[in-house]
Design a protein around this ligand. Structure first.
Ligand code: MN
Length: 199
């Protein structure tokens, strides 16, 4: 039977007999929605920014990773929805498979949707994505406070920008992408994860 869920693209790109990434059969929902940022050493090192919404993880690839400096805009390119249990995935995707390379959970925690309409009602993440303007507050171990994801150009543009909002979580002197490289789940670096899996 054809896979009609929003995870069809995700599953179509992967051979689950070869990769240990989750297939995403569970549709469990956590009580507070979570975000996760995974550092992914694929053909190009990048960070995958994911937000739980509608039972999946809405995803963007961020080549340079997030900044805590509100003056810095980071390119964010939308990628396919991922299953919720991907938020706990850390390991090595086999070489030659889609996204082959090492994945590390760089930051995770609950988030709050900050987007409201003129009446003060919450605007859903999927509606915010359609309008090209997502605003969330992250409660992670490394990242705190507001972040905006803003689509640039026309409505079919795949070019978004991730920008830190000016609040208590903003700090232009921090550079956590370089100073805090380890997994928040296991304390490991990418090299340590790769080594552990080759044992
Ligand atoms: Mn990736």
């Amino acid at each position: 039977m054809a896979d009609k869920s929003s995870l069809r693209d995700y599953r179509g790109k992967r051979d689950f007999r070869r990769t240990s990434e989750p297939r995403g059969s569970k549709r469990a929902r956590s009580r507070r929605p979570i975000f996760v940022i995974q550092k992914h050493d694929a053909s190009h090192l990048h960070y995958d920014f994911r937000l739980e919404a509608d039972g999946v993880l809405k995803s963007w690839a961020i080549p340079k990773g997030p900044s805590t400096d509100p003056r810095v805009k980071r390119l964010a390119v939308p990628t396919e929805d991922h299953p919720l249990d991907y938020a706990g995935f850390e390991g090595v995707i086999p070489k030659g498979e889609y996204g082959g390379g090492t994945v590390l959970v760089w930051d995770t925690g609950p988030y709050t949707n900050l987007k409201t309409d003129t009446d003060g009602n919450e605007v859903s993440i999927s509606e915010s994505m359609r309008s090209g303007h997502v605003v969330v507050s992250l409660d992670g171990k490394k990242l705190k406070g507001g972040y905006a994801l803003v689509r640039t150009g026309s409505s079919d543009s795949r070019r978004w920008l991730l920008v830190k909002m000016r609040d208590d979580g903003a700090d232009a002197r921090r550079n956590p992408v370089s100073t805090q490289p380890r997994s928040v789940l296991t304390g490991r670096t990418l090299a340590e994860i790769a080594r552990d899996e080759s044992d």
